[in-house]
Structures are given as C-alpha cells and as structure tokens.
Design a protein around this ligand. Structure first.
Ligand code: GLP
Length: 241
C-alpha cells in the first residue's frame, strides 16, 4: 500500500487527477470505478480541465459508480446520478451510455443489483476504483456490521451515515434511509484502488482502515488485503498515522 499525505489541496487534486488521466491515456477504453462525496470533487474538476485542454479523452471510457440512494428519483438534486452529471459527466467527453449507476427506481431492486453485478463481471474488472471512506469506516455504502456482502445489494443506512449526509438535505428526515451499494467483493475486484480521504473527521477511520485489525466493523480495513492500493490523504485525514 502506497500512502501519500499532501500539504496542499492542489497537490492532492493534481496527483489524483494525474493517476486517472495517465491510466486513460495508456488505455483509452479503461473502466473507471467512481465515487461520490466531497473528497473526489476537486479531482473530477481537474480531470474536466484536462479534458478541455485536450490532454485526456474519456470518449471510450466506461464508468461504474459505487452506490445510489433508494427512495429519491434519479433527477433529484441529491441523487448520485445528479452528482455525477454536475461534477463530472457534463464536463467531459464521456458517452453517457457508458456511465452506470445503480438504478434505484427499478421495480425490482434485487434484480437490479444482480444485473449490476453481471454487467461488472462481463465488462470488468474495473481498472481503477476511486474510493472514499465514511467517518464510520464505510466504503461505498457498506456499513460496519457483523457481516458484509460481496455483491451489489440494498442496504439500510446507519443513523451516523444519515446524520453525516443530512448536510446535503433540508432536514435529517429527508435523507434516504436505504441505498444500493456495490459489495466489498465487487470493490476488491478492481485492479487498482485509489483510496482518498480529506479532513480531520476522517482521521480515526483512516487509521482504523490502514493500521487497525481487518474487521467487518471497519469495512475499509479490508483494503489491507488488496494488492494495489494507492492512498491519497490531506494532512488532517492522515494525522493519526
Ligand atoms: C458517502 C458515499 C461514500 C463516500 C462518503 C464520503 O457516504 N456513499 O462512498 O465515501 O460519502 O464522503 P465525503 O467524501 O464527503 O467525506
């Protein structure tokens, strides 16, 4: 595991963007695993700038997102579909047909989960998976528990996750209580994982993930079993290492 801690946001963002851009430059039909949350936004903005300057093209790239809320429509302002369009897809030359986010408006959510896994299996593996961490150690929306699921599944979000994400909604009551998330096995199948965390609120979770015991109570700790993880942190998130 290669761990890099950055003093400036600029260095964090440029390093993350360079890693993804150089992959796409050498493999034009790369498969990207994408994440939402505040941590990757700067990297997405930089990739869009690089795309506009002609430094990298996403025209042949496919993308699979980690997760999506259940109970809000895809065009809701806080859906992850909207997030990805606003923060990345609308600003790069990717073909929207090649972008994939679990469809939580499907009539049969279990069938949707199976179809998502099948698509990942047939088209994958993901070349690089961008992965944030929840302050409780979740990855995607795989919450700490006695057991974790390998494949894509519907999950009940924990109270602490609802509270952490309430800042994006008008009230706590409006935060969706369920999501579809890729499971830990699906995440671990990526050839490379770009694990990113920013801010003091992530310091404990980052320490548990990278240096604690491997346990389902900290889903991110499973990354210690992955052969190719690059960790990008700001000084606050890396302060306890
Ligand atoms: C949500 C997403 C996670 C993400 C987390 C971190 O919970 N489902 O995949 O890692 O947010 O968000 P942030 O980057 O804003 O701290």
């Amino acid at each position: 595991m290669n761990i890099f801690t950055f003093k400036t946001e600029e260095d964090f963002v440029q390093t993350g963007a360079n890693l993804i851009a150089s992959l796409v430059q050498s493999k034009s039909n790369a498969i990207l695993g994408l994440a939402t949350g505040s941590s990757p936004i700067g990297i997405y903005t930089r990739l869009a700038e690089m795309n506009k300057k002609g430094l990298v093209s996403f025209s042949q790239v496919s993308a699979y997102n980690l997760d999506e809320y259940v109970g809000i429509s895809g065009d809701h302002s806080q859906s992850y579909k909207t997030f990805m369009k606003e923060n990345l897809f609308n600003h790069i030359d990717i073909d929207l047909q090649n972008t994939h986010i679990p469809n939580t408006n499907a009539a049969d959510l279990d069938a949707e989960c199976k179809a998502y896994d099948l698509a990942l299996e047939q088209n994958g593996p993901v070349d690089i998976q961008i992965l944030g961490i929840g302050s409780n150690g979740h990855i995607g929306f795989n919450e700490p528990d006695d057991h974790l699921y390998g494949g894509t599944h519907v999950i009940d979000l924990l109270e602490e996750t609802l509270e952490a994400n309430a800042r994006f909604f008008d009230s706590l009551d409006e935060v969706p209580k369920q999501a579809i998330t890729m499971g830990v096995a699906s995440i671990m199948k990526a050839r490379q994982i770009l694990f990113i965390a920013r801010g003091a609120s992530k310091a404990e979770a980052v320490k548990a993930a990278l240096q604690g015991p491997i346990t389902t109570q900290c889903p991110a700790s499973l990354l210690q079993c992955h052969p190719n993880v690059i960790v990008l942190l700001d000084e606050e998130a890396g302060s306890l290492l």
